[in-house]
Design a binder for this molecule. Structure first.
Ligand code: SF4
Ligand code: SF4
Length: 257
């Protein structure tokens, strides 16, 4: 990528981080750009839809590997990082966070949908088609109150753990009770804090920014999208994938906060 200035972090990180740290994050986002932009070109060269989907699945797997490597590097290299890692409460079966709004890029929507082909994923596709129209219109607070689990949560486990979105990858907490309290706080009451390391969340923001910069340069819709709704769009009408790849606006933007 020749201009990392095109990569935008989310508003919180844009406002709170120093220019040096932001540039470091944008440089990481640039690595993601360099994975996704060629994948879009490759998919556009293919005439076979299965090969097009494959280009996205492969690019998502590579970007996810970069994310895991960056995240692991953070926990291993900062002073006290391993202690912080050991203090994380996140584990299989803990899923309060999967009832909250998750925003993804259209790249992630296309890649995750592309991986959900075949009869073995029919249950998840059906769940997405049913859940997406309910979650799409909700802002974060409405989603929190609605108590609607992500359609990809099956028996308390993420069915797409290996290819889950950046937002899910970057969210950790040191006490699951924090997450539970957030879900159970009544409307109108200030939400309690969740003790959560900021760097993985900033990495997720850099990855999404890199992905969106690549999509923007390729003339593709690059809005932030609500996870279940975006996937439901592709599940409900697979032709939308080709339309998006040709530059069409097929996804509904996530509800504003
Ligand atoms: S973020 Fe909270 S709810 Fe999600 S896995 Fe971690 S501790 Fe559990
Ligand atoms: S994709 Fe997986 S980790 Fe993310 S909200 Fe859905 S079930 Fe949870």
């Amino acid at each position: 990528m020749d201009d990392i200035g095109k990569i935008r972090l989310n508003n919180v990180f844009e406002q709170m981080l120093s220019p040096v740290i932001k540039d470091q994050l944008r440089a990481i986002g640039g690595r993601v750009y360099d994975v996704i932009a060629p994948a879009v070109d490759q998919a556009r060269r293919e005439t076979d839809v299965a090969r097009q989907r494959e280009a996205f699945v492969d690019a998502h797997a590579l970007a996810a590997a970069i994310f895991e490597s960056e995240c692991s590097g953070y926990f291993h290299n900062i002073p006290g990082g391993l202690d912080l890692f050991k203090s994380l409460a996140c584990k299989s079966g803990c899923s309060f966070c999967c009832e909250l709004k998750v925003e993804i890029t259209a790249f992630e929507a296309a890649a995750i949908w592309a991986a959900l082909q075949g009869d073995e994923w029919a249950r998840q596709r059906g769940a997405l088609a049913a859940t997406g129209p309910r979650t799409g219109p909700l802002d974060s607070e409405e989603r929190r109150r609605a108590r609607i689990p992500c359609a990809l949560l099956v028996d308390g486990q993420c069915a797409v753990y290996e290819f889950r979105p950046y937002g899910c990858r970057g969210f950790f907490a040191t006490d699951a009770a924090d997450c539970e309290r957030v879900l159970k706080t009544p409307p109108g009451v200030t939400l309690p804090p969740v003790r959560s390391p900021a760097v993985p969340r900033a990495l997720a923001s850099a990855f999404a920014g890199g992905a969106n910069a690549a999509l923007a340069d390729k003339g593709l819709q690059h809005d932030y999208l609500e996870l279940n709704s975006a996937l439901a769009t592709l599940v409900g009408r697979p032709a939308a994938f080709g339309e998006w790849l040709a530059g069409g606006r097929v996804f509904t933007r996530a509800a504003a906060e």
